[in-house]
Write a protein that binds this ligand. Structure first.
Ligand SMILES: Cc1ncc(COP(=O)(O)O)c(C=O)c1O
Length: 385
């Protein structure tokens, strides 16, 4: 008898991030594709983790996360966003933001539930919905400024709508949600009994003095929401894969923890202990937006010497550029062309749409040392399609 595996994700291949990073390596290109910083993380945080290991914090810790770390995060969130949180009930430490997103969706969805997703979007959302038998209902963000078309959201809500996923600051566009967006969402959620998954992994990477609109600022909304955060993005250590999620909906959090319990059980103990110690220095995250804004500004200034057209970026690691005025080449081909011919790797933004919508836009990661940005842009100065 032959055995056969029926794929739960038949449409899924290797992610564009892996494809472009491999192509970058093959062509010795400057990799502005994948979203990770190339500058060193804090030596002090590394010392905190080393000390935790030396002090013996090397065994399993509490399945919901090291209690001291959860306490400190609740204080931090209350200080930043004003909503009181309880470390026992409202926060769970996870092995990264992506895991928290998957687990939140798995805990919530029943087969046939509809989930509203705004495109372009981080590429894990749709497979996470599909593998759980959910039905993604995609809505394109407004073309001019990547804002949410709220009229269309209201039109697309049905009796099966269970969840809306938001992401601010936004990957891949760098757009940010405003207070009015959160207020609209709060009204919808209250009326229709829908849940919200709020991907806030770039919460501190926000520029131009804009205040991050966390769902944690809105106590009524937070009752229906799960917010997801990533230490990797906050402390320049994406390889650590550690994050956390927050919800005051205790039922959702309990269901989350049931899935979590049998998937990973608990997360890296010394890193949690090190982070708990390092959280005593709020400047590390409070100055992050200003630091990263300097990289965005420098990159934008350098890129003015190229024929590419900048789209606005108010947060995240990313800045999108349009080449629609220069060529009709599909963006996946354009990304390969820039890597092979000019030695600069980017990500084609069509990869962030289920149907591959191609507006001739490429995503660049500016979370790089100034010298890396200079090297990349020097190669693009004489760009021609
Ligand atoms: C929007 C978004 N959400 C979640 C993540 C994942 O975060 P983590 O590395 O902590 O899993 C990323 C990483 O690129 C991201 O861009």
């Amino acid at each position: 008898m032959s055995s056969f595996i029926y794929s739960k994700l038949p449409q899924v291949g290797t992610t564009i991030f892996t494809v472009m990073s491999q192509l970058a390596a093959t062509h010795n290109a400057v990799n502005l594709g994948q979203g990770f910083p190339d500058f060193p993380m804090s030596a002090e945080l590394i010392a905190c983790v080393t000390k935790a290991m030396q002090d013996g914090a090397n065994q399993y810790t509490h399945m919901n996360g090291l209690p001291l770390l959860r306490e400190q995060l609740c204080q931090k969130m209350e200080h930043l966003y004003g909503t009181p949180l309880h470390a026992n009930d409202h926060i769970t430490i996870t092995p990264g933001g992506t895991y928290a997103i998957y687990t939140a969706i798995t805990a919530l969805l029943q087969p046939g539930d509809e989930v509203i997703v705004f495109e372009p979007c981080y590429d894990s959302y749709l497979p996470n919905i599909i593998i759980n038998g959910g039905i993604p209902v995609t809505i394109a963000l407004n073309a001019n400024d990547y804002s949410i078309p709220w009229d269309e959201v209201n039109d697309k809500i049905t009796t099966k709508t269970k969840l809306i996923i938001i992401n601010s600051p936004h990957n891949p566009t760098g757009a940010v949600l405003q207070a009015s967006d959160l207020q609209q969402l709060e009204a919808i959620v209250a009326q229709k009994g829908i849940f919200v998954l709020s991907d806030e992994v770039y919460e501190h990477l926000i520029f131009d003095g804009i205040a991050h609109q966390s769902v944690c600022r809105y106590p009524n909304l937070l009752q229906h929401s799960m917010a997801v955060f990533s230490f990797g993005k906050t402390y320049h250590c994406t390889g650590w894969k550690l994050g956390y999620c927050i919800s005051t909906n205790e039922q959702w959090m309990q269901e989350f923890r049931k899935v979590h319990q049998f998937n990973v059980f608990s997360c890296n103990t010394p890193m949690q202990a090190g982070l708990a110690a390092y959280l005593q220095h709020p400047d590390a995250y409070l100055t992050l937006g200003t630091q990263m804004q300097a990289h965005r500004d420098y990159f934008q200034q350098l890129m003015q010497s190229t024929p590419l057209q900048a789209l606005p970026s108010y947060g995240s690691y990313f800045q999108c550029y349009s080449y629609a005025h220069l060529s009709d080449m599909p963006d996946k081909e354009a990304a390969v062309y820039l890597t092979e011919q000019y030695g600069v790797a980017t990500i084609p933004v069509s990869a962030f749409y289920a149907n591959g919508t191609d507006n001739k836009v490429l995503r660049f990661c500016f979370a790089k040392q100034f010298a890396t940005l200079e090297r990349a842009v020097a190669r693009l100065n004489d760009l021609q399609f």
